[in-house]
Design a protein around this ligand. Sequence first.
Ligand SMILES: *Cc1c(COP(=O)(O)O)cnc(C)c1O
Length: 245
Amino acid sequence: MTDAEDRLRGIRQQVASNWQLVQDRVHEACRRCSRDPSDVTILGVTKYVGMEATSALITAGCFQVAESRPQSLWQKQEALRSAYPLLKPEWHLIGHLQRNKVRRTLPLLHTLQTLDSQRLAEQLQADAASLNLTVRVLLEVNISQDQSKTGLAPELVASLVDYCINAPNLRLEGLMGMSTLGGEELLVRREFASLRHLKDQLCDANRSLELPHLSMGMSGDFEHAIAEGATMVRIGSALFEGLVE
Ligand SMILES: *Cc1c(COP(=O)(O)O)cnc(C)c1O
């Protein structure tokens, strides 16, 4: 075996074992709060790694992946298509989308998890209509005490929900949020619970509204997020631990 093949095999094994470990932790977290593990999707965040580790993760069985930067999503998807044409994961964007990048990004997206303004929603609707496609969106809500965090203030969410409901090319599927980085368990749990309460309030106020997804929890806090009702956890570093690329 050549060095390159050896290296690639090492990456595959490490990533597959991490993937299994993260799945086990998700199952255990679900068991502790009597939830069905099939109600929690693991989104693999590939922003830290290159093509080899990204393809290794998808090959291991993680079919929903995410990038933070639109340019990285374009590049990775393109590279994956030429190097691994059989791998066709669903791509999520979990970082800020600039309005001038909407048109190029839309056809590549399964879900935009970071809709955070009316202006962006209007751009998405206009471009999705002209491309004749529908885009799934989650509203990113600022639930943390951390001032640097992005997302809509909770009190502004209802009006953006109204806009989305009436936008024919947007399909609103839920809310996304991040807890205070390195926050104590009690604080983090309270923040995740606030996102769940907000979703419940929105659904109570509009009986025809269905918001199936609560995207919350990352490598450091996904167990707490699952206990508070997450349906999607966004995992990066835990999936790529121990990797020497
Ligand atoms: C990077 C990132 C993640 C994954 O973070 P890890 O702590 O590495 O699991 C999840 N969500 C968002 C929005 C991110 O930017």
